[in-house]
Write a protein that binds this ligand. Sequence first.
Ligand SMILES: [Cu+2]
Length: 391
Amino acid sequence: MDNHRPPLLSDMLDQAFDDSVAASSLAGNRRQFLAKASRLGLLLPVAGAALEACYQGEKPSTVSKPTTQGDSTGAAAIAPSHQNPDSRSDTALHTAHTPSSATGPALAGASSATFHRYDPTLPPLGSSRTLTLHWKAKEAPIRISTSTVVAGWTFEGDIPGPIVHCRVGDTIEFTLMVEGALPHSMDFHAAQLDPKTAFRSAAPGQSVSFTFRPKYAGAFLYHCGSAPVLMHLGSGMFGAIIVEPAEPLPAAKEFVLVQNEYYLAAAANGVQASDYSKMLVMNPDIVCFNGRPNQYIDAPIRVKRGDRVRFFVLSAGPSHPCNFHIVGEQFDTVYLGAPPTSAIHGVQTFSVAPGGGMIFELVADVAGAFPFVNHGFGHGQKGAIGVMLVE
Ligand SMILES: [Cu+2]
């Protein structure tokens, strides 16, 4: 099996690191090593971030806000044993031959994990133009149905993480504290930042902070970008940030649906871990909205007849799109990019790419139960289906 495994970028980066260290002292060879890392980082900037981060003590950082832990903001504060957390994580998964999300914290207390419906309602905007978010990256068991508990990797202990709601131009002050067995990071698609610094991994017990101002309105994904991204995103580290345009959109009932896939190993002690090898094959066991298969069949999304309804639909993937469709309805408006200038009208189905988000609107002028589905029905059948009840 290993003979067919494609080389991991982080292994290439590890090799560059090892070559550099072997050639001469670390400090003396810093320039050569960074040049190598930078070239490789062009292939996958986030994976190169941790390498760059090892040496940031010698150059300015784009990190703009200190953490509550004080000296843990700068990458220079990362202990020598965690100089390359991305790569070490990746290498550990690679060499174990059973890459799995089953870390200690992801399994602890699994038998007492309870199910809850993920509320799809868009939370209201706050009055402040500054959002200060202090989040924790946690590995934790998550019950996604009455019969299934997954060994989850999460933001704030749930899959998906919290819905962030803000406006274009708001200031988002973000800190991620890593609690768990592995390094983690944050990549906001609503931000324009140097990923090698802002989106770098923090080791367990440490934190990373950055500040950004969303430039465009829309439905944007956030996710952990630590290597292998496929494993971190596929194990549950994703969510939605909804950015309002300067001029508010028409009043509507607003809901957020983030589609994701689960690739699960057989249950062990009642928990199913995410399986990296299955993720590479891209044939998911479950595809669902907001982390739980069929949850909005059991407890539908309810609106009133005559309501304008706005769905912010994202595909977290990690690998498949969401071909969003509502049976018995037509979308009067779909915003492909930033509203209100990117609208198309009279739409039946539109595909939201993995790593993407779009806004779907309709007027619920007919009463009834309307299934919303991934019209790629192989995936709809695996749990990406719910019901909008118009009363
Ligand atoms: Cu992570």
